[in-house]
Ligand binder design. Structure first.
Ligand code: NI
Length: 258
């Protein structure tokens, strides 16, 4: 089994050929995709896609870039969306002190509020952390939430150990295929496979040999290959274990034989 634990199929980059992209996902042997909302409107679209396709699940929430768009009704609307049976996580939420599209104080405030909401909804969280490792982890700890994933993990092994100690998974993006990604490759080498997920984060971050192009779930095969090479394991073992990790984290029950 092979799962893309983090995609953005609802984004406008897929408006012209979404059904073709989803078809290619199946042809590439990708069994399930978690599509991740980044604001209220895109969360609605993610949930609609999950309703339409058997192999797609959804996550809802507001990305730190969009923290300024959270209005007085946003959380009520997200709570309502969370009632859909294929919503399996809350996020992506977190801190982005690299791009700082929303002011940092606002990011921190909205991250805290959304961790609280995720806990209330009893959903695992998908964390976006860019150049904010210590503060992101500190806020996760303060929330008391032990179920989640640091998506597109960008820390070093020290940070990885702290996340694992807290019970979180780390998700490996296509960036691991880039020759310069030594820190991430080192993390992948040292962290047990039982704590790793695979993701595309499409349409962003296409792995080699597609680097620079629009990414899509089918390309996750390249990331699986690279993780297998780094860890000296078979590709089958890497895809099976990371898929099971994803199912466990998001409490997805699938029919046996997949
Ligand atoms: Ni993402």
């Amino acid at each position: 089994m092979l799962i893309d634990s983090h995609a953005h199929l609802e984004m406008k980059e897929f408006d012209n050929d979404r059904s073709g992209v989803i078809e290619r996902t199946k042809l590439a042997g990708v069994d399930y995709v978690i599509t991740v909302g980044t604001n209220l409107n895109l969360s609605r679209k993610a949930v609609a896609l999950a309703g339409q396709y058997e192999n797609i699940y959804a996550s809802i929430g507001v990305h730190p870039h969009d923290a300024g768009k959270i209005g007085h009704k946003t959380y009520d609307d997200l709570k309502e969306l969370a009632g859909h049976k294929k919503v399996v996580a809350y996020g992506e939420i977190g801190l982005d002190f690299f791009r700082n599209i929303s002011p940092q104080a606002q990011q921190i405030e909205k991250f805290g509020e959304q961790l609280h909401l995720a806990r209330e909804l009893d959903l695992p969280v998908i964390i976006h952390d860019r150049e904010a490792h210590d503060q992101s982890l500190q806020m996760v700890r303060a929330s008391g939430i032990h179920r989640g994933v640091f998506h597109c993990f960008s820390g070093d092994y020290e940070m990885a150990k702290k996340c694992l100690d807290w019970g979180f998974y780390l998700s490996v993006p296509g960036v691991v295929t880039f020759s310069k990604s030594k820190t991430l490759q080192d993390v992948v080498r040292q962290v047990p496979l039982s704590s790793l997920l695979l993701e595309t984060d499409c349409p962003y971050l296409a792995p080699e040999p597609y680097r620079g192009k629009r990414n899509e779930p089918a390309y996750i095969v390249e990331t699986a290959k690279k993780v297998a090479e780094i860890k000296g394991l078979s590709r089958e073992e890497v895809t099976a274990v990371t898929a099971q990790n994803t199912l466990d984290l998001f409490r997805i029950k699938v029919s046996p034989g997949k």
